[in-house]
Design a binder for this molecule. Sequence first.
Ligand code: M6R
Length: 614
Amino acid sequence: MCGIVGYVGGREAAPIVLEGLSRLEYRGYDSAGIAVLDASGILTLARDVGKLSNLTSRLEGAYPPGCTGIGHTRWATHGGATELNAHPHVDTAGDVVVIHNGIVENHRELRDELVFAGAVFRSETDTEVIPHLIARELTIGLNLEEATRAALQRIQGAAAVLVMRRQEPDVLVAARIANAGGVVIGYGEGEMFVASDLPALAGHTRSVVFLDDGDMVRVTATGATYSRLSGEVLTREPQTVDLENTAIGKGVYEHYMAKEIAEQPEAVLDTLRGAAQFDPPAVFLPGLGLDDDAIASLSRVVVIGMGTSLNAAQVGRIYMEQLAGLPAETDNASEFRYRRPIIDGTSLVLAVAQSGETVDTLEAMHEAKRRGARVVAICNTPGSQATRIGDGTVFLRCGPEVAVASTKTFLGSITALYLLACYLGEKRGFLTGRRLGQALDDLARLPQLIGEALKSDAATLAVAERHYQSEHFLFLGRGPQFPVAMEGALKLKEVSYIHAEGYAAGEMKHGPIALIDAAMPVVAIAVKDDHYTKMLNNIDQVRAREGKVIAIATAGDTLLPEKAQDVIYVPEAPTLLQPLVTAVPLQMLAYHMARLRGCDIDQPRNLAKTVTVE
Ligand code: M6R
């Protein structure tokens, strides 16, 4: 959730830390803060509420001096978005400085204990117990690393922390406990970096080490030493990561969301590249981590995820059934992990997570592994935790997604799930040569079809102009379009704050129909597939109650203009791949509605790109 950046080296830390934070702001934007230490131990702290730009414009031209610094963008969990609650937090004496991503579950009892012992708390955050705990350990003569280790052993919950201390001005200490989100250490020439995500390191280094759960690191300008929280010393060799596409801008677009919607044909093509071969037909998934015997032994698939990734998982379930011939189900990762799922070594759990850092999904993966299931991540982020927990990974290769509302990774996840279903289907003898060839030929047309769907932008804008003042929306779809209806509703509520619900259209008459009146636009995904006639019935039922219908229709459909007030056309596509086409105008609809309503499209209120707390 929160973004973390640290620097120690020969240059001024503040501009480097602030620049790194600017690349992580999508993680949280309730408030931001930095702390900088100079060589003589003078500490300067600066924090502000709201977006990072508030802090940067306040500091412009007067950066706090010093070559060691840490910074944080916050997504509030405990305590409101106020300056006092913004990180970094310090101990009573102002010696120990901490930034934190995660939740300290036992913070109340620790706070009571620390206050009783004389600690002065200045914020309402759970985080503030950490500098006070460390400070207490320092009084018995430990150094910062030792004191941090001792303090973190008292903490229950999730924590990625970055710590510095006035009396050790050339040292940073970082640690990661219990799936609190990533911590990556970057190696420069005579300088070192710490960050929660790779984008913060772009332009500085490609040589990195990722901390595992329970790892600690002591970082100075010349290197890093690693250990476990238990004290065991570790050896970690830096690996080289591809950060080429990480330093990204909006280009000609006003918002990242618009840019990322437009990038979708390329994102899908890149996901296919190297994985799909068309002649002769074959799928290559070298990172899958399942051999032929394991694949042959599978009895079922469970596809899990959260938010948009869960909607992609719902489409993936259909692929697993129809292309791989495997019984399949989906679940919210947050429910799956607690419902004592009945799975074993013949179960394949697919964890869809663009970031690879969503804590519910990571914990569900651990739970699946504990129960002996095969676990594969469907992920967009190399090096992320999801890619390291599972037996293997199928990557979507969409490049970094910056807008908080996911778009291109929805399509990328669905594409990756389709490839995986073809792969499993072929290995299991379910998708024979001719059918595999057809399935892959269909896939080959996809980038072009998505490009065609993008041409509905003007029509979508016109629809948005007619409806942007509506306060409620209903989205209906059947079969593979049901998850798209869910995703259309999710996108709309996220970026425009309009109340929107997605339903399986068959469900409409079992309750939602009571909501329909002249003020309720209903988006009906009524493309020409096996469900078309049934969707026409739904549309008639909506119209009979004076509802306004916005139909998503197959190009050339002449019936729907007679039935619906608005029609947005998409190109005809193979039924199983149609979700990748119909999702596009729904994303654009949400975008245009939000723009017309003056919303903060790339950083909607209350949301964060990566949700690393429960
Ligand atoms: O990184 P993940 O795919 O695991 O993220 C899951 C959800 O948090 C994410 O899809 C969220 O719902 C987005 N804001 C949707 O636009």
